[in-house]
Write a protein that binds this ligand. Sequence first.
Ligand code: MTE
Ligand code: MO
Length: 314
Amino acid sequence: MLIRDNRLDIPSSEITPQSLYLNRRALMAGSAGLIAAGLLSRVAGAAALTTVPSDITTTGEELTPKDDVTSYNNFYEFGTDKSDPAENAGSLTTSPWTVKIDGLVDKPGDYTIEDIMGAQPIEDRVYRMRCVEAWSMVIPWNGFPLASLLNRVGVQPSAKYVAFETLVRPSEMPDQDSSFPALAYPYVEGLRLDEAMNRLTLLAVGLYGETLPNQNGAPLRLVTPWKYGFKGIKSIVRISLTDKQPPTTWNIMAANEYGFYANVNPKVDHPRWSQATERRIGNGFSDRRETLMFNGYGDFVADLYAGMDLAQNY
Ligand SMILES: Nc1nc2c(c(=O)[nH]1)N[C@H]1C(S)=C(S)[C@@H](COP(=O)(O)O)O[C@H]1N2
Ligand SMILES: [Mo]
């Protein structure tokens, strides 16, 4: 894994694989132990982030242990078992990283992750997360509102949707290199512009106060806590403003099971299972809870869907 936090004062010309880096720095500093100790935590994906409290606090629930958040994942590019992303994503190169922002914006371009992260404070936001597979977690994210990035690049009046795309790199993403990939790649997702601008909608760059582990979608992933987890597209390389509803991966794979909206809704069952309850990860198999409409975030987002039939627009 590569060093990827620009706030470590490491010029990008110095960003090299771990072994090279360690050797060179150790030589330069003449204090191998100290440097190596500091670096090891960084290369393990544990670079501390400088964050600020958020004005949004959404849950007083117990946090899901970090070990569960980082070892029970969906990131099909690295395999379909829950343990595959933690096992296989470590080698993903996340620096350098650029995000193409294009379409109906005033300032299209290739933005570096350092530029994107440096433009506004990184907030601490605890969100309850609900996967369509009927499990849930409570995750302390670190990130910033998608709206601040969109405002910065200037959304044009004709834009109505935001489309997102994940990296395609078969050399580092084993499922993309498979003869029978689990999904059509790139993984794509989308939001209506008003959903994208909602203050809950976060671009996450970390969790538990440290840079995002690769398996959680480093270096940049979407978080929309009132929607099923599959909306939370990982390792984003492109954000496009459009006037048409963009295609979304799970809808492409099974349109009768996964809609564009993907709002958490205990009253609309998945065709193959109930969505009325969920299993809270981290407390054993017996911890089942009732699922809340909009995952409990109705105060923030219910207005967005006024007058819509949510059974039709699932
Ligand atoms: N690129 C990409 N993004 C993805 C996925 C994926 O397979 N590929 N899985 C989604 C699903 S189904 C869920 S539940 C969340 C899981 O995020 P987490 O592993 O950080 O909890 O990521 C979402 N984002
Ligand atoms: Mo999911």
